[in-house]
Design a binder for this molecule. Structure first.
Ligand SMILES: Cc1cc2nc3c(=O)[nH]c(=O)nc-3n(C[C@H](O)[C@H](O)[C@H](O)COP(=O)(O)O)c2cc1C
Length: 225
């Protein structure tokens, strides 16, 4: 697959089918992704890949954790997620939620339906494989960018194998459960999760258009004729 095709066909998929993804395929995706750059070649990424029983255990523990620590209040002391977004990010965040609910036919006043959609995150949107990305806390915040580049590479590499992904900051909110099940040491930050698998192409959850700011909206071109 051409890079342009991989980039154009990547989107955040939120409805997967249960076709298994084998270990070698995930390995090959990570093998491609690890070619990405990082400042001073630090390579701060650490990845846990779960499927089968390991995936089930993670889901069950995370749901149990969220029952005791309701999601929404945000992770305690998490240094990478602002409590209040400033503009224009606040509006974009709001629109992102609205576009998702609209595509799924969820009334924004329907709290139960919104909660049910949030719950889909626990199940990696039914993807057979979940990835958890973490990094050593001593590296924060400078190397979070490196990890983001790595995750971007994973998303594009997945397209090469006809697979889709959805990054999930969601897993930060249940990070104590993630630490426990995956035995991630406390001096590591659970940064993000990611669903990986084959998608249900007919699901409305896979037909969202989130929209993007035009290049001129975020770029200053200087010195060009
Ligand atoms: C770091 C990161 C974390 C994200 N976390 C979530 C999440 O927890 N749940 C979710 O449904 N989507 C999540 N997304 C997907 C974004 O909402 C999505 O990338 C954005 O709306 C743009 O849409 P697109 O990826 O389909 O182009 C995340 C994306 C990124 C890059």
């Amino acid at each position: 697959m051409k890079l342009t095709e991989a980039m154009a066909s990547r989107f955040s998929a939120r409805a997967f089918i249960d076709t298994p993804v084998d270990r070698q395929t995930v390995y090959n995706i990570l093998d491609l992704a690890r070619q990405c750059p990082s400042g001073s070649n630090i390579q701060p990424w650490k990845v846990h890949v779960v499927t089968g029983e390991a995936r089930t255990q993670l889901i069950e523990r995370a749901i149990a954790y969220a029952e005791e620590n309701p999601i929404g209040a945000g992770p305690q002391g998490n240094p990478i997620h602002p409590r209040e977004f400033v503009q224009p990010y606040k509006t974009r965040r709001f629109q992102c939620g609205m576009r998702l609910y609209e595509a799924l036919g969820i009334d924004r006043k329907d709290k139960a339906a919104r909660q049910a959609q949030l719950m889909r995150n626990f199940y990696f949107f039914d993807a057979p494989v979940g990835l958890i990305f973490s990094l050593h806390k001593s590296l924060l915040p400078g190397q979070l960018g490196d990890l983001g580049i790595f995750m971007g590479n994973v998303m594009l590499a997945a397209r090469q194998f006809d697979l889709h992904t959805c990054a999930q900051g969601f897993w930060q909110d249940v990070s104590p459960a993630v630490h426990e099940v995956l035995e991630i040491p406390e001096d590591y930050l659970v940064y993000n999760g990611m669903a990986l698998g084959k998608i249900d192409p007919d699901s409305p959850a896979n037909h969202l258009d989130m929209g993007r700011e035009e290049v001129d909206g975020f770029t200053e071109f200087l010195g060009f004729s």
